[in-house]
Design a protein around this ligand. Structure first.
Ligand SMILES: C[S@@+](CC[C@H](N)C(=O)[O-])C[C@H]1O[C@@H](n2cnc3c(N)ncnc32)[C@H](O)[C@@H]1O
Length: 219
């Protein structure tokens, strides 16, 4: 038995907040899969984090990536740790468009940030957020990556759009922002005009997330 320890880093705090806030046994869809097993601080290893959560709590993970090599790596890592998750090689906008089941947690992390206001990565994140919002269940969460960078990072346009459509800001992490669809519409009032709690100063547990899974040989 090998243990996958998910370290609590600046990146992982908002993963956990979003997972705890999302409906139970979540239907998770992420855009941009894990392509590097060691990038807990850099990329975040989101596919492993979601797979580990679902292994313990139930739910389903679909991870979408346009790169065949990233898909191959992510599938291998899930197998290696015996974690659940389907990795689909597709464009981030084409798969969710076809999906009929509601989404409980959408993590949007495809295009790398291009350091431009209104640039391709902000527009891509906006398009992904608009699509995810249409499929999001009541109480469902959209997690936006790279919120800490110049020009507001990748999330700026998406967050503004989501707030304008009634999403509440659940958490502002050091690198991510979590937005939630309220379970019930509030009478004509826009939810989300207040900023959510900042996680920047939150104490980070020294103990990682321990997930016991058998290692699969030859992967
Ligand atoms: C930053 S990485 C994802 C990191 C991952 N979420 C993690 O935490 O380890 C971004 C990924 O998005 C993929 N990507 C870029 N454009 C895409 C698109 N249009 N559709 C789907 N995936 C895309 C890239 O191939 C790359 O693997």
């Amino acid at each position: 038995m090998t243990t996958l320890t998910i370290p609590e880093t600046a990146r992982s705090v908002t993963f956990r907040t979003a997972l705890e806030a999302a409906p139970r046994r979540p239907q998770v869809v992420e855009t941009g899969t894990t392509r590097n097993a060691a990038a807990w601080e850099g990329d975040g290893c989101s596919t492993l984090v979601f797979g580990a959560w679902i292994a313990r709590h139930g739910g389903r993970l679909v991870s979408i990536d346009i790169s065949p090599s990233a898909v191959q790596t992510s599938r291998r890592l899930l197998r290696q740790w015996s974690l659940p998750g389907e990795v689909v090689c597709a464009d981030s906008l084409s798969y969710p468009e076809q999906r009929t089941e509601p989404i409980d947690l959408a993590y949007l992390d495809s295009l790398a940030f291009d350091f431009r206001f209104g640039g391709a990565s902000q527009r891509q994140t906006l398009a992904e957020a608009q699509l995810a919002w249409r499929k999001l269940s009541p109480g469902g969460v959209i997690l936006l990556d790279d919120a800490h960078l110049a020009y507001g990072g990748k999330h700026t346009l998406a967050r503004a759009w989501l707030m304008g459509h009634g999403a509440e800001t659940l958490a502002v992490g050091p690198r991510r922002v979590a937005m939630r669809r309220p379970r019930r519409a509030s009478h004509g009032l826009r939810v989300g005009s207040r900023p959510g709690p900042s996680l920047a100063g939150r104490a980070v547990s020294k103990v990682g997330w321990l997930i016991d899974r058998p290692r699969v040989r030859g992967t």
